[in-house]
Design a protein around this ligand. Structure first.
Ligand code: UGA
Length: 429
């Protein structure tokens, strides 16, 4: 098949890489000419494991093409996969400017029956408006489908190659057939439904993941107040197969470009349809308060709770390991607050140093994890990269000014560190 993927962001690039690798001819289109030129030269806009190899292989084998031109790509394509961003507006609603623009430009260049499948996350109720916008420009027959994406950053290629489910949201039999054929080489359950249900599957999935995390954080807070150990408690809870342990890991809260944005956007969808989604608003509130909760712990470790001139080392800047993405990263929020309180902050991340330095010029970037610890009054683990968990903590102890460790991910071995003489402070343990 010939496909145009509109949007060369996370979802778009991974989708283009995987579908070209499966043997399709894929145009990957973005309006950002610089990004497209860089991609042609093999320069990626972000770090994602395996993506580089998949893109360069399929580009050199001429199955994958990078372009800014709708006229070059759309008329030749049977399917358009719209993967543009829907970032949050001030009020939490999704900003659909890029989406409308992508769909209108696509519609202008359609030639013959084409399926436009939206992979971007869009609020329920907008599909009709988007379709009408396209109809204004289309001179030929097209159909719409919602085909939401469930990949995670850091494991995006694997997630796309081995999905749990493929959701096909359209009532058109023809469109269903085209999308089933496109996804035929991939596994996972097929969920065929109407457009709105497909969009709701996406929102409800991210909302439940966020709910599990905030629930784990709420339990952690209760554990601290009662003297219980949250890791034991949640292992006990997660042993029940009906509940499971995944996404029940407490810490400094969820970040990234998806969960925070989708929780707010889904709550806004509720408001729009006269349903007060109080549960999700609370999920968001708990997530925000995890930052205050963690900062209070740090302040409590010092005399008069003052961080003025304290030297603090930070391990990890990205919102989770295996990515350089710092969007809504708890580490970034915490560093900004520490700097406001007068602390001198040194940080290190295997991939996100440059992004963090741009966002917070005051932060000192260390050359590695050991330099981050050197002569510090305390050390904070904020992203659980394996190299931080496997550090030589005997050495860390000797180079720190004072051996205080704050584990914002409960990823370190509490008892072992305490027996080495560290003051260990985790979340809910
Ligand atoms: C999330 C979803 O997991 C994907 O299924 C979805 O496709 C994607 O959003 C999206 O909508 O595009 P992602 O943002 O890449 O994926 O990251 P997650 O792995 O979900 O992690 C989100 C945040 O939650 C991270 O900051 C992580 O550290 C945190 N987290 C995760 C916890 O604090 N505790 C946990 O138990 C799990």
């Amino acid at each position: 098949m010939t496909i145009t993927v509109v949007g060369a962001g996370y979802v778009g690039l991974v989708t283009a890489a995987v579908f070209s690798d499966l043997g399709n001819k894929v145009f990957c289109l973005d309006f950002d000419a610089k990004r497209i030129e860089n991609l042609k030269r093999g320069k990626l806009p972000f770090f994602e494991p395996q993506l580089d190899d998949y893109l360069s292989k399929n580009f050199s084998q001429k199955r994958l093409f990078f372009t800014t031109s709708y006229s070059e790509s759309v008329p030749k394509s049977q399917i358009i996969l719209v993967c543009v961003g829907t970032p949050p507006k001030e009020n939490g609603e999704a900003n659909l400017t890029y989406l409308f623009n992508a769909v209108e430009e696509t519609a202008k260049h359609l030639s013959g029956y084409t399926l436009i499948a939206i992979k971007s996350t869009i609020p329920i109720g907008f599909e009709d408006e988007i379709e009408s916008a396209a109809k204004k420009f289309a001179k030929t027959r097209f159909e719409f489908a919602s085909c939401p994406e469930f990949l995670r950053e850091g494991t995006a290629i694997e997630d796309t190659l081995h999905p749990d489910r493929i959701v096909i949201g359209t009532s058109s039999k023809k469109a269903q057939k085209v999308l089933l054929e496109l996804h035929a080489p991939l596994g996972g359950e097929r969920i065929i439904c109407d457009t709105r249900s497909a969009q709701l599957i996406k929102y409800a999935s991210n909302a439940l993941l966020a709910t599990k995390i905030s629930f784990a954080n709420a339990i952690a807070n209760i554990c601290e107040k009662t003297g219980a150990d949250v890791e034991k408690v949640l292992s006990g809870v997660g042993a029940d197969k009906r509940l499971g342990r995944s996404f029940l890991y407490p810490g400094v809260g969820y970040g990234g470009s998806c969960l925070p944005k989708d929780v707010l956007a889904f709550a806004a969808v509720g408001d729009h349809f006269n349903y007060n989604f109080d549960l999700l608003k609370t999920v968001h509130r708990i997530n925000e308060s995890q930052i205050d909760f963690f900062l209070n712990k740090i302040k409590s470790a010092f005399k008069n709770k003052s961080l003025v001139s304290k030297k603090i080392g930070i391990l990890g800047l990205s919102f989770k390991p295996n990515t350089d993405d710092i969007r809504e990263a708890p580490a970034i929020k915490i560093i900004k607050r520490l700097i406001q309180e007068g602390a001198e902050v040194t940080a290190f991340d295997p991939k996100a140093n440059e992004n963090a330095k741009q966002e917070i010029p005051e932060v000192i970037i260390a050359k590695d994890e050991y330099e981050t610890a050197k002569q510090k009054d305390c050390l904070l683990l904020l992203t659980e990269w394996p190299q931080f968990i496997q550090m030589d903590y005997e050495k860390v102890k000797t180079i720190m000014a004072s051996p205080i460790l704050f584990d914002g991910r409960n990823a370190l071995h509490k008892e072992k560190l305490e027996s080495m003489g560290f003051k260990y402070i985790g979340v809910g343990r």
